[in-house]
Design a protein around this ligand. Sequence first.
Ligand SMILES: *[C@@H]1O[C@H](CO)[C@@H](O)[C@H](O)[C@H]1NC(C)=O
Ligand SMILES: *[C@@H]1O[C@H](CO)[C@@H](O)[C@H](O)[C@H]1NC(C)=O
Ligand SMILES: *[C@@H]1O[C@H](CO)[C@@H](O)[C@H](O)[C@H]1NC(C)=O
Length: 485
Amino acid sequence: MLCAPRRRLGAPVAPAAALAAALLSSLARCALLESGDPAALALSPYFGTKTRYEDVNPGLLPDPEAPRRDPELLAGPCTPVQLVAIIRHGTRYPTAKQIRKLRQLHGLLQARRPGGGEPTGGRDTGAALAHRPLWYADWMDGQLVEKGRQDMRQLAQRLAALFPGLFRREDFGRLQLLTSSKHRCVDSGAAFLQGLWQHHHPGLPPPDVADMECGPPRINDKLMRFFDHCKKFLTDVEKNATALYHVEAFKTGPEMQDIIKKVAATLEVPANDLNADLIQVAFFTCSFDLAIKGIQSPWCDVFDVNDAKVLEYLNDLKQYWKRGYGYAINSQSSCILFEYIFQHLDKAIEQKQRSQPVSSPVILQFGHAETLLPLLSLMGYFKDREPLTAFNYKQQMHRKFRSGHIVPYASNLIFLLYHCKNAKTPEEEFQVQMLLNEKVLPFAHSQKNVSSYEDLKNHYEDTLTGCRANHDCDSPKANSTFDEL
Ligand SMILES: *[C@@H]1O[C@H](CO)[C@@H](O)[C@H](O)[C@H]1NC(C)=O
Ligand SMILES: *[C@@H]1O[C@H](CO)[C@@H](O)[C@H](O)[C@H]1NC(C)=O
Ligand SMILES: *[C@@H]1O[C@H](CO)[C@@H](O)[C@H](O)[C@H]1NC(C)=O
């Protein structure tokens, strides 16, 4: 099934070369799977935010459309009444900035004059890379790839099969979809809807998203790109040259310097011409070639597992200081989204208590790794005792904050609200479970796999009230934010 070239669904008009590449890519994927070469995947656990979803959820590989039910999901007297999902876009192309850096590195390789002596490892990796044409072009700039659409369609099909009571065909018109304005997110939302449609109408081509009952996802950057709208975050972190001090220090620290020297020797280019950014883009290219084309890229040959661990740390350091626990404002800026989720849960509970149907059983919100990490940090997840710094790489080998395990492509955080019949106390009537990447995520406050809604809300009361006051972001239109929803 993986090997059958897929028809492109609702994709923008694709250049013939891209179509050919997609075909080649599915062939390559077959070759890869059939060869079963474990070396092809040796580096993939360290790809950070460029990790494939199936590397975090290996059970999906045999049949990505089959629902997999976490045994910890509530059943019996408790029925799901609402699902709120925050979903990262699927697999994407490199950004224009990454492509520019890759071209710079490629140029270095083409210009090099290998000195005498045996090339390291007996083969000339530098020459192989210099002669290999770069297949990345500027138009790709961070867009969703076909594999990314597939990530979304398959996620939709699994969720719909897992929660049939929420994703009923007759409720299609009640789906609520929000998205970040970025193309890859808008397109992810559309692909997700097409997957849902296919679940209900197997074998029929899905209509254009604009013609679906629920309509296309609505753009809302205040919620899905809150980081662009929080003044304090922008001044203290985003536009602050010293906020990412540890990232910069690690780039010039001993671990990275060792890799730079080693790579310079392997590629036979002067070490002075290389820097951490160029090394990182070579590593990214290894990950992009695997995620997008399903091939083991020759760029992977430049690195071993120890290098990969260092480069993963570099990626995590940036996420930590810009999106995670590094600065309180990183996570605080997401409270507007957190509050929005609780407004939906509150409303559903109110409707159930009045024996009314829940008006929005399913809310789907498409965003970024940068949307999910602050939200998870706000809730207290994946917090290490010590901060990640430029100087404690070794001590942090077993850190919790590993973005590749948390926010791979198509990662998803789901709040699942249950109504439980025969509850002994009113408190037990509404229960909540959280799922991260389709696995039950124990609550940060109790380590339990389920929480009463009351407990959950009590635990986060300060966060929610603090958010309402909205001193942190000092956003001038803070009060009117919800008017446009
Ligand atoms: C920039 O970040 C540094 C390090 O956190 C901090 O000391 C400084 O106050 C910040 N500058 C601004 C303008 O927020
Ligand atoms: C929660 O679920 C995990 C499996 O996902 C299980 O190992 C663990 O024991 C559960 N925890 C509790 C407190 O039930
Ligand atoms: C926003 O809310 C604050 C406090 O709740 C209030 O003082 C302020 O007048 C409001 N601003 C607008 C424009 O409504």
